[in-house]
Structures are given as C-alpha cells and as structure tokens.
Ligand binder design. Structure first.
Ligand code: BGC
Length: 510
C-alpha cells in the first residue's frame, strides 16, 4: 500500500504523488516538534515540593485550606510561571518568521531544538525562581520557532490528498506530550524532594528528538525553491513524490515563489485587502481555539480535580485519563480530516463541546459549594466523563484544525508571516487563559464553563458561514479554488490576480 498509492485527479489534485516512506518518515520526525509544546502544558504546579521551593505562599494556602474551594491556587506568581513560556513564544515567532522564510523550515526546527535543550538544562538545574523562569522563557522561544516551522513543513511536504492527516501528526505529538507529562508528573510527585526536577529534566527527551529529527529531514521543495535552490527543490520533489513526473507541481511552486519574491515586506503585504480572508480566519481560529476553554482544563486539570475534592493522587489519575482521551481522539481526526473535511469535524465538535460544558456547569453549580468537603463519588466520576467528552471533541476539531487550516490557506508570499501571526495569537490567548483562569475560577466558579460554552456557540456559527472547506485543494491553489469561490470572501480577492507590495509597483509583473 505505502508507495503504491497515487492521488487521482478527481480527488482534487492533478499532481502525481505516491505516499513514499521518505514523506512519512520526514513528517514523523518533524512532528516531534509538537511534543515539547505538549509536555510544557502538563504541569508540576500541583507538586508540593515544587510549591514549597518556589511558591511557599501558595503551598501554605493550599495546606491551611481556609480559602474557598475555587480560590486555593489563585496566585499571580504561579500563573506567571505557567505563562512566561507563552509570552516568550509569541515574541520569538516573529524572528522565526524571518528564519522560516530565509533559512528554511528545517533550520528553523533545528533552532527550536537547541532552544529547548538549553531551556531544559536550566529548568532541571534551577536553584531559584529567576533561573526557573529564564529556563522557561527559553522553552518558550523553542515553542515559538517549532510551532512556526513544523506545521508549515508538514503542510508543504505532504501530498495534497493526505495533507490534513500528516499535518495533524503535529497535534498528535502535542497530545502525546501532554499525556507523557501527566504520566511523568504522576510518577515523580512521589519522589521527594526532587521529583519536580526529574519531571522538568525529562523534557530533554522530546527536545533531543526534535533536534536530531531536524538534522535528518530534507527541507520542503517549496522552501528550497523559494530560496532559489531550484535543482535541489526539484530533486527533493521527485524523491518525496516517488515519481519523475513532477513538472506540473514544480512549475506551480515556481510560480508561487516568483510571486513571493516580489514581496519585500511580508508583514505589510499580509495587511493588504486581498490577504484579509486568510488573515482574519487565521486570527479568529486561534482565538476560538483557546476560548473553547481547553487549556483551562489542560493546564489546571490536576488543580481542577483537586478543587473538585479528589485527593492529590486521584487528580493526577484523572488528568492521565483526559490525556489519553486527547491522544486517541486526535487519531480520529487524522483518519477523517481528509475524508469528511475540516468543516464537518468543527461543526460536530461544536455541539458536543457545548453539551459537555453546560452539563459540567450544572453539576458543579448544584453540587460544589465554596467550602463543601467533596463532590460525591458518583458526581465526581460524572464530571470526569463530561470532561472527557469535551476533550475528545476538541481533539478531533479545534485542536488540530487550529494549526492545520492557517498553515495551508496562505499563499507562499505570506505563508511565513501568516504562520507567525497564527502562532503569536495562539500563544497570546493561551497566555490570557493561563493568566486569567485561576482568578476566573475563583470568581465565576462553575460559571466559567457556561462562559466557554457561549464561545463555542459563537465559533460554530462562524464556521458554518465563513470557513471554507480546504480538503483536497493543492496548497498553492487555495486563492483560485477556495477564496475566489467563497460567497463572502471572494469580494476581497479582486481580479488583480496576485498583486504585490503596493509600494513596489515596479516589481509587479503583468
Ligand atoms: C492547543 C493547545 C492545547 C492543546 C491540547 C493545541 O492545539 O494549541 O493550546 O493545550 O491543543 O491538546
């Protein structure tokens, strides 16, 4: 099967492409860039030894437990530890935009790997809060570079017909990273007093995987051609597509790169009217992805389950369950994204997420009071089940598609800049949620789930009317086949084909 499967013209692509081992292996290696992102989401923040060393105030409050159930962990310093990674990442991605464009996808992944390695060393060896935070900032830079390069790499190197599935390998690694972190934290929380150190150091495993992987992968033909390495680009194209008949695809990439070269200011170009649809969608998808409330669950699953009255162990256990559901449901997405398409997945998930959140809000509203000891066993299990149905629907929709869609809809001339806006907005809103969640939980209580469910309605309506389907459309043909055909967005496209920087009229070719 592998190697012998051609993409047919009726599937929406006219290019001959086999699913070659080199494509699969390259994608598997590059996708490990998601592991680190995921691993950093899982937290050491509920480990007592960690709190005693770095956040003694939080520890005291937790043990004295005079606070309301919903307010135990509300501490800006602790939230800043979680958040510093995202602030660093969202800044770093603008530098990464430059490197993905000028040095290529491969080298940008390598830079990410090196940031990760140094960050892990500082974190594992941390003696005080500044060292801990600096390490975390370096990890954040790694996330900025990796999340910039990996989704682009995957979307460009994949044959059109399985582009969605291969791109989602990134998100699959994100979810494996989260699960791995949950498992490691479950184990290391029993090792006193340095379990947290082991937990932070084990991030070295995914860091090493990405660094080594980046050394071995070939760069994408699109990036090689964009950087003027035409022969090499063509050779790579032949190798990854498993055929010598690559002329049509090569010419299409060449044309895209000709247009790309006329663009002197990628970010300014991004603001042009004809790039509005992709830009608006990329930005909104990130905001929506974070306003599903997923990270409220992911970052603070242990904290949340503690709040619900689970004992410390049981809460990590529950976090492991949600982690496993997250991984398995992402596989569902890999299988179905190029079959049923992006829109169906998002719309189905909207309904499922809405119901789960409303039910959670109702149960907590009725059963958890500010100072009650425990949620009864039965209700606690019920809440975990609802959290799982929520996580599973996120995992086959907004999780992967928030990364897939922006990476595949921009034309080459704005792809790097577009992706960095994507990463920036994603991390910005991840930060906002991380920073606000514990305070929101403390003030809104169970209402926090009702808050997120309202957002789910808004995003689903947006998808219904404004998000075009991109399955089976070759990556360099999105403008013609998607944006110029869409009932709403076509008005932004004009007839001027692809005009470049307004201030660079001499470069505009007929
Ligand atoms: C999101 C992360 C989230 C993760 C959960 C990713 O797609 O960008 O913010 O933690 O999914 O699986």
């Amino acid at each position: 099967m592998a190697g012998g499967f051609s993409v047919s013209a009726s599937a929406g692509s006219q290019f001959e492409a086999k699913i070659t081992p080199v494509v699969i292996i390259s994608c598997l290696m590059a996708a490990t860039g998601g592991l680190m992102f995921g691993y950093d989401v899982g937290g050491v923040t509920s480990m007592d030894d960690f709190l005693i060393k770095f956040f003694p105030k939080v520890y005291r409050r937790k043990t004295e437990s005079k606070d309301s159930n919903y307010c135990k962990y509300d501490n800006q310093g602790l939230q800043l530890f979680t958040s510093s990674l995202y602030l660093a990442g969202l800044t770093a991605t603008f530098f990464a935009s430059y490197t993905t464009r000028n040095l290529g996808r491969k080298h940008t992944m390598l830079i990410a790997g090196i940031f990760f390695l140094v960050g892990v060393i500082l974190n594992g060896a941390a003696q005080d809060l500044p060292m801990l935070i600096i390490g975390r900032i370096l990890l954040g830079c790694g996330v900025g570079f990796a999340n910039q390069a990996v989704p682009l790499f995957l979307s460009e190197i994949a044959p059109t017909r399985i582009r969605g599935g291969l791109n989602i390998l990134f998100q699959l690694n994100v979810t494996i990273g989260i699960l791995f972190a949950n498992l490691v934290n479950y184990g290391t929380s029993k090792i006193h007093p340095w379990g947290w150190r082991l937990s932070l150091s084990l991030a070295g495993v995914p860091a090493l995987l990405l660094t080594v992987g980046a050394l071995f992968v070939v760069d994408t033909p699109n990036s090689l051609i964009e950087r003027g390495r035409l022969e090499e680009g063509k050779a790579v194209l032949k190798k990854i597509r498993g055929t010598d008949n690559v002329e049509p695809e090569f010419n299409e990439i060449l044309e895209a790169s000709r247009v790309a070269h006329q663009v002197k200011h990628p970010f300014r170009n991004l603001l042009k009217r004809r790039n509005r649809p992709q830009l608006v969608i990329a930005i909104l998808l990130q905001i929506f992805q974070q306003f599903t409330g997923i990270n409220a669950i992911m970052f603070y699953a242990p904290v949340l389950f503690n709040t619900l009255g689970f004992k410390s162990d049981a809460s990590l256990y529950s976090a492991v369950i949600t982690g496993a559901v997250n991984v398995l449901s992402t596989v569902v997405s890999i299988y179905s994204v190029d079959r049923v398409g992006r829109r169906i997945l998002l719309l189905e998930a909207g309904v499922q997420m809405f119901i789960s959140q409303v039910v959670i809000a109702i149960v907590l509203g009725i059963k958890v009071t500010d100072h009650s000891e425990n949620l009864s066993h039965g209700y606690a299990i019920f809440v975990v089940v609802m959290v799982c149905t929520f996580v599973s629907s996120f995992a086959w929709s907004w999780g992967p598609l928030g990364w897939l869609i922006p990476s595949e809809t921009f034309p080459m001339e704005t792809r790097s800049a577009g992706q960095s806006v994507t990463v920036c907005v994603n991390l910005l809103f991840t930060f906002v949620i991380a920073q606000a969640f514990l305070s929101m939980l403390c003030h809104l209580k169970y209402g926090i789930f009702a808050f997120f469910s309202g957002w789910v309605v808004v995003m689903s309506v947006f998808v219904l009317f404004f998000l075009p389907e991109t399955k089976n459309v070759p990556i360099e043909e999105m403008t013609e086949k998607v944006w110029k055909q869409h009932w709403f967005w076509k008005r932004f496209m004009g007839d001027d084909d692809r005009v470049v920087d307004g201030d660079d009229k001499n470069n505009t070719q007929p």
